[in-house]
Every structure is written in C-alpha cells, then in structure tokens.
Design a protein. Structure first.
Length: 275
C-alpha cells in the first residue's frame, strides 16, 4: 500500500531528522501537496544541505585539472551516485551557471566537481568539504592537453585557434593562453598560487584525497567512500590517441619542465607519500 506524506509525517520528520519544527503551516502543506511517498520524502530530507550541516557531513569536492582522468571520475561518480547526487560544472548545467549557485545549493549534492579551482570552492563553501584532485607529470599533462585542444573534440575552446597551426614548441613560444593553461597550473588550482609551497600548505590545512594519475583507481574508491556510496569500477574515458606524444623533442620537453618547476615538485612530493 502506498503511503503518501501526511501532516504528522512532516512534523515528525522535521523533528527527528532536522531537529526542529517545520518553519510554517505553509511549509507543512507544501510537503503534503507534493504527493510524495513517505520513504522517498524521508530520503530527500537526509540529502538536504541542512541535514548534512547538522550531521557534520561535508561534500566531496573534486578539482578537475585538465588531462588528469577527470572525465573518468565524472562518469564513475555519475554511476556511483545516481541522478541528483553529483553536481559537475559544465555537465549538470552550463559552465557559467556555477557562478550563480549558492553554497547551500551546492552542498545539497553528495559530490561537486569539474573545472573548479580551490579558490572558487572557497568562495562557495569555505573549508567545509573533503577536497580531491588527481595529479599528473606536468610534461605528460601538457603534451596530452595540446593534442586534445587540436582535436575535433575541442572545437569550442577559446584559444584553439591560437594553436591550431602551431606545433607544441610554437604554442609555448607564441600562445600565452596555452602557456597559462600548462605552467604550474596544478599548484595554482590547488593552492590558489602557482607555487609548490602554496599547494602543500593547502593540502596540509584541509582534508584532501590526492594522488598521482597512476593511483586514480584507489583514489576513486576513497572518493566514493567519502561521498557515502559503494565504488563501482572506474571507467576509462577520453583516452589520448595512440602515439600522440611521438615526435615531441627533448628541447620541447625541457621547455615544459622549466615552465613547470613548481608542479614537478608537487607531483614528486605527492608520489613520495605513496598510497
């Protein structure tokens, strides 16, 4: 027999789950008028930002750094969390809509992710999250990003036209936009400044799940645990084409290492921590 939400259910649910009385008779009536069944309605209260704040729960906040298995994390979290459990910038709604989301709206999701820097997370929710990021050797990351940006899958990127007719060395010499995307970006997205010291200070000061791309499957299991769900198998998504790094000269790789001196330190340090 289907049990629709009654007035007594609403009053009891608020007291038991939220620890307070409903704010008004209108609020009570709105729940009754929704026609919800009892247990889905109870579950909606336990997913609310108010309940999560009251219980000390903190959302999983994934900083997606370009070309560090972020697409795999997106698809894996979608499967693990189900509809409504994940907010992913640019996927859940248009990219710029994130700017208009409030912290309370965002913390209603079990996990929040996408191309969102730690600075942007701080503006929305402060330090009230469990943060996560996958790192990658900065030279390999830059080469992969360059190949992706010239591919048919990246036609809308704002600096694609700047690099379309250039090789990687040419892009590093002539496209400031591309340089900005690859130079010490991992430190900057995590630490708010493009320095190893800033990134380490941030990781030491807050709750972080962080590791090298080779550890991504183990990281995914931990991330699902923090989001309160069982982990599914991490899919492999958006994998670079075979041989995309062939032909990249040592001179070009040296330029990338020099541009990414701080990111090299960060990746080496994170690798030294192990699992």
């Amino acid at each position: 027999m289907i049990h629709k939400v009654t007035r007594d259910d609403v009053v009891s649910g608020y007291k038991v789950i939220l620890g307070r009385e409903p704010e008004s008779e209108r609020a009570i009536q709105s729940h009754i008028d929704s026609g919800s069944e009892l247990w889905p309605w109870v579950e909606s209260l336990t997913r609310s930002a108010e309940f999560r704040r009251r219980s000390g729960w903190r959302p999983l906040c994934f900083v997606h750094i370009h070309k560090t298995a972020g697409s795999s994390m997106l698809v894996g979290l979608q499967k693990a969390l189900g509809p409504g459990g994940l907010y992913w910038r640019g996927e859940t709604e248009p990219f710029d809509a994130f700017e208009h989301r409030t912290g309370d709206e965002l913390t209603g999701f079990a996990a929040i992710g996408g191309h969102i820097s730690r600075t942007e997370f701080r503006e929305k929710i402060g330090d009230d999250g469990v943060f996560a990021a996958v790192l990658r050797d900065p030279v390999a990351r830059a080469i992969s990003l360059f190949d992706f940006m010239k591919s048919p899958f990246s036609t809308s990127h704002p600096i694609r036209d700047e690099i379309l007719d250039l090789d990687l060395e040419g892009a590093l010499r002539r496209s400031q936009g591309f340089v900005d995307l690859v130079a010490n970006q991992q430190c900057k997205l995590i630490g708010s400044e493009p320095t190893f010291a800033a990134a380490v200070a941030e990781i030491a000061s807050n709750a972080w799940i962080i590791g090298d791309i080779a550890q991504s499957e183990k990281m995914f299991v931990r991330m699902c645990g923090k989001a309160g769900v069982a982990a599914t198998q991490l899919p492999r998504v958006n994998i670079g084409r075979d041989g995309y790094a062939d032909g990249i000269t040592e001179k070009c790789r040296s330029m990338l290492r020099e541009l990414n001196a701080e990111d090299v330190k960060l990746v080496d340090w994170v690798r030294s921590l192990g699992d």
